[in-house]
Design a protein. Structure first.
Length: 324
């Protein structure tokens, strides 16, 4: 069973597992084939907590299952749409005062951290583990590039310690993929525009406009996965965000990487998208998706539950793709 495909089917169209590297579960015969459940959720590695949930067995008899999810991101509480637009205007003014880019480098380099939740629930086995991983993307002007994915040791497991036979199932190591000209396909085709309307068109080609305001929030995060955003593009992204009537100010926060920022939120259909922005530079620090209620297929979590988040730890222009 391909875990990534499983979670994509469960969580579509939000698709929080699209940045998760492919990971195949080791083949094993389940003790009772009709009660075994296994999946992977994607988010970022940080402080985590345990959440009790239910797995249905034959006859709909519930038994405890456990999934480890991060705590909710703490915010000071902000305000309504008018408050969000006022703070975004302030951030835009701050970005305008920044010095312009002077580097002659043209290769985009982005480093991100996310996490995978490896989880099994069956009649006789319940265990889960947070497995963080870092992704580095390099994207050159000709579409060549490189993607490195490094799995890190589990941040927390349930039970703790995790038995050796389950720990052996966790992904480890580093993968390196080099792409030739045109082979690195960014999440959002670019370069990203400096005009808000044009940037919106680029985003809507990936995150359909008919899906509502969450598409803008997720699309801005998608842009940040592959591209360094110079000040003019940051301003365009902030203006696009400010144009959402549904956007609210969630307040001041410290993201899961320990960086101070301002959080903006859109809530739609039982999902809450949160974008954290550096007040001084306008840089997007992180994005996360919270399920405020069960979407219908994730009964092994308690709600609200952090489904995904990604930290944008580095974003810069460099001289060349390593090893190219």
């Amino acid at each position: 069973m391909r875990l990534v495909e499983s979670v994509r089917a469960q969580l579509a169209p939000a698709d929080p597992a699209r940045e998760l590297p492919e990971y195949r579960e080791p083949h094993r015969a389940p003790a009772r084939p009709w009660v075994s459940r296994r999946t992977v959720l994607v988010a970022a590695a940080a402080v985590v907590c345990g959440a009790a949930a239910l797995s249905l067995l034959p006859g709909d008899a519930p038994v405890p299952a456990y999934a480890i999810t991060p705590p909710m991101l703490a915010t000071t509480g902000g305000g309504d749409n008018a408050a969000a637009r006022a703070v975004l205007d302030e951030i835009v003014d701050n970005v305008r005062r920044l010095p312009g880019d002077t580097t002659a480098s043209s290769v985009n380099h982005v480093r991100m951290r996310s996490w995978g939740l490896s989880f099994t629930a069956s009649e006789d086995t319940n265990w889960s583990a947070i497995v963080p991983f870092e992704t580095r993307n390099w994207l050159a002007a000709d579409g060549s590039g490189r993607t490195d994915i490094a799995w890190l040791p589990p941040e927390r497991t349930w039970p703790d310690p995790l038995p050796a036979e389950h720990r052996a199932e966790l992904p480890t190591g580093t993968s390196i993929e080099r792409q030739g000209a045109g082979g690195h396909r960014p999440a959002v085709a670019g370069p990203p525009a400096t005009d808000p309307a044009r940037l919106g068109e680029q985003i809507y080609a990936v995150q359909p406009e008919q899906n509502g305001p969450k598409s803008v929030v997720r699309g801005i995060a998608d842009v940040c996965r592959d591209w360094y955003l110079p000040p003019a593009v940051r301003i365009a992204a902030l203006r696009l965000l400010a144009g959402l009537p549904e956007l609210v100010l969630a307040g001041e926060t410290v993201d899961r990487g320990g960086r101070a920022g301002v959080a903006f939120a859109v809530e739609q259909g039982g999902q809450r998208d949160l974008l954290v922005v550096d007040r001084r530079t306008g840089v997007v620090l992180s994005h996360e998706l919270v399920y405020t209620r069960d979407p219908g297929r994730l009964g092994y979590l308690t709600y609200p539950a952090v489904a995904t988040y990604v930290l944008f730890l580095e974003s810069e222009l460099v001289a060349a793709v390593p090893g190219a």
